[in-house]
Design a protein around this ligand. Structure first.
Ligand code: SF4
Length: 694
């Protein structure tokens, strides 16, 4: 039911879906939301919104919400409702039992990119200070961890370089491995506006996304790469730029590290990296690559926007660095209209990474091995912090299967549905003795849990989210927590029960602590957020109102560093048994695993994931529009309905992953990025065969 009625008051807050971070006025009647109105002064959205955000309150009051804490001894037992104190004391005593029995590092936690900065900061603090281990990771592991790594190596900061508004100064825009029309609709509208004004577009994607050819927008080039060959296409673009004399030599000489540039130049110049030599690998005609490279290098201000189609590969980090190399070589970093811009999938992916949710980094991307940084946190927190990195999510699974990892605190993340190779995840969770899930709903992961702590929606708490342009925006409480506690209060209670007291009374105190301990946040406060509306970090003494464009006079790391981008084929090869490559993406009306959007009344309902298959491949298999097909990979099998379309090339199939029953991750494999373990969701060799309706 979509509520309609006259609002009595309103609260300005931030959308909890994608990384655009639109501001909304939640209009209220008593304690009920009447409607969500895009906020005209919202600095990320400027009065616009998409269909998801417009209706983003229905799930908060959905009947599926779990309102009471629950415990059970075995996962085959029925859940038993208990009080908050009983559930939290039980979880704490189980975690302490496991540490006593199996050692300090036998437990860990996962933070959520959907929770606020303050909440993710608290979870990593709880893991490091109360658990005493660095076994903390974030769901950004499975999406943009290569962005964090790749941009830090090349530019010196694990974040995008621009504001969204900057696209209005771009003359050439590259969209690579992203589908903004579906994933980041409000940014897509702004991009289309710029394209209608005459900016040129280059799309690099295995699929014909909407931007390639829509009624008002046509891409100048669509490099329809074979899945898994991004590093090859980026290297061949670089080959053209270097060998055709299109490098911005003055910029590189002034701004970049000469040694790394010379090595990179020598490498990409090799004939084996030319578009002609790479065409068999990438599947893209050499003349298209040459044309796109010339346009990018000579067309004026050139900006690159990329998404999970870049990061979720075995060479995800390589490709992120390849993008940064192109931008530096052509002088396209450090002013309006240019830059390297990761389109973050979830509302607070940027923030969860900023807040120290990685096992090797404390807040502000500072390595745990740095004794000076550790000393700062140790003094503030009154504990000893371990100097060695902890376990990443996939390492936690391996350790669980090996018998050394026994307990997990998982806040706001459905790892069973969203991590690859579901069977492997399920086996790892089954091997643990205590799993504590904190979520709005009994999600797929909760099937393996022993303690369930009810979560709170973004409408029920104060805090901040940080969007894809590093913009910290206020999240304001619209209604009281329906379960009695906001997520940050649950973490505080758990920490207290573990014997590590946390005494916060409001998230503003948590932000004050973040600011005191994190140089890029040192100027951030709730008062300033109220005054300015939002703030793009770094916000400190040097930039008291924040930093819209980064790396203006110099790179954060000093000189920009070129990194090698040698293409290495993924292990996930097509064979006679698995002759097609499956890749995945999103649709406009659903959000990620759909836990929220599937429970939200919406005007554009999309009720199943389907498999896109090219007419040629469909005909070969006797598959017609709407038929049910089995999809088998080396990891597993699932069944979907097929749609026959030329949006995908022959040899490539595509699906979305919004519904648990479609089992997209039953078939994805364990392959992952060499640097960060980000799963290779985007390349799975499969066979497709017609089946009877399940
Ligand atoms: Fe804005 Fe993204 Fe929310 Fe849509 S889903 S309203 S684009 S933040």
């Amino acid at each position: 039911v979509i509520h309609l009625g006259q609002p009595e008051h309103s609260v300005v807050t931030t959308c909890a879906y994608c990384g655009v971070g639109c501001a909304f006025k939640a209009e209220m009647k008593g304690s009920e939301v009447v409607r969500m109105v895009p906020y005209k002064d919202g600095q990320a959205n400027r009065g616009h919104s998409c269909v998801k955000g417009r209706f983003a309150w229905g799930y908060a009051t959905h009947a599926d919400r779990i309102m009471k804490p629950m415990i059970r001894s075995k996962i085959t037992d029925p859940w038993q409702e208990v009080t908050w104190d009983e559930a939290i004391n039980h979880a704490a005593s189980e975690f302490r039992r496991l540490q006593g029995q199996y050692g300090r590092d036998s437990i860990g936690g996962i933070t959520s990119s959907r929770c606020t900065n303050e909440e993710t900061y608290l979870v990593q603090k709880l893991i490091r200070a109360a658990f005493g281990t660095n076994n903390v990771d974030t769901c950004a592991r499975v999406c943009h961890s290569p962005t964090g790594y790749g941009l830090k190596q090349t530019l010196g900061e694990s974040a995008g370089t621009q504001t969204f508004d900057s696209v209005m100064q771009a003359d050439v825009v590259v969209v690579m491995g992203a589908n903004p029309s579906a994933g980041h609709p409000v940014f897509a509208s702004r991009l289309k506006r710029r394209l209608r004004q005459g900016a040129k577009l280059i799309v690099i994607d295995p699929r014909q996304i909407e931007l390639v050819s829509s009624p008002h927008v046509k891409a100048s080039y669509h490099l329809q790469v074979r899945p898994g060959t991004n590093a090859a296409i980026l290297t061949s673009l670089a080959h053209v730029i270097v060998t055709e004399g299109l490098v911005d030599e003055a910029y590189v000489a002034e701004r970049c590290d000469t040694k790394s540039f010379n090595e990179w130049r020598a490498f990409v110049s090799r004939e084996e990296n030319s578009p002609e030599a790479m065409a068999d690998v990438t599947g893209v005609a050499a003349d298209l690559v040459r044309g796109a490279a010339r346009l990018y290098a000579t067309g004026g201000n050139a900006a690159i926007y990329y998404g999970l189609g870049v990061t979720e590969h075995s060479q995800g980090s390589t490709s992120v660095m390849g993008i940064a190399n192109l931008a530096m070589a052509t002088g396209n970093v450090g002013r309006e209209g240019v830059g390297v811009n990761p389109l973050r999938g979830q509302n607070n992916v940027q923030g969860s990474c900023d807040m120290g949710s990685f096992p090797h980094e404390l807040p502000g991307y500072r390595h745990v091995s740095d004794a000076t940084v550790r000393a700062q946190f140790e003094a503030a927190w009154g504990v000893t912090i371990q100097p060695e990195p902890g376990l990443r999510i996939p390492n936690m699974f391996e350790a669980a299967l090996g018998g050394s990892f026994k307990g997990l605190y998982c806040q706001g993340e459905d790892i069973v549905q969203s991590d690859p190779n579901t069977q492997h995840v399920a086996a790892a969770l089954s091997a643990m003795e205590c799993i504590v899930v904190q979520d709005l709903f009994l999600n797929e992961t909760a099937k393996y849990a022993h303690v369930f702590l009810p979560g709170s929606s973004f409408l029920e708490k104060d805090g901040t989210f940080t969007n894809a342009e590093r913009r910290i925006s206020p999240v304001r409480k619209v209604m009281a927590p329906r379960t009695g506690k906001a997520d940050w209060e649950v973490t505080v209670a758990l920490s207290n029960a573990l014997g590590y007291p946390m005494n916060y009374t409001h998230p503003r105190e948590i932000m004050a602590e973040i600011a005191a301990l994190t140089p890029t946040f040192s100027g951030v406060s709730y008062e300033k957020l109220d005054a300015l509306g939002s703030i793009q970090w770094p916000c400190n003494e040097a930039a008291p109102s924040g930093t819209p464009i980064m790396h203006i006079d110099r790179f954060v790391r000093g000189k920009g560093k070129f990194m090698p981008t040698q293409y290495i084929a993924t292990d996930e090869k097509v064979t006679r048994k698995f002759p097609l490559l499956l890749t995945t993406g999103r649709i406009l009306s659903q959000y990620n695993v759909g836990a929220q959007t599937r429970r939200t009344p919406n005007v554009m309902w999309h009720d199943e994931d389907v498999l896109e298959i090219h007419p040629h491949d469909a005909e070969e298999r006797g598959v017609r529009e709407g038929d049910w097909v089995g999809i088998a990979s080396r990891a597993g099998e699932t069944v979907l309905r097929a749609t026959v379309t030329e949006r995908v090339q022959p040899g490539v199939v595509y699906t979305t992953f919004h519904f648990p029953e479609s089992g997209a991750n039953v078939i994805t494999t364990d392959n992952s990025d060499w640097a960060t373990n980000c799963p290779e969701y985007k390349v799975t060799a499969v066979q497709v065969t017609p089946v009877a309706q399940p």
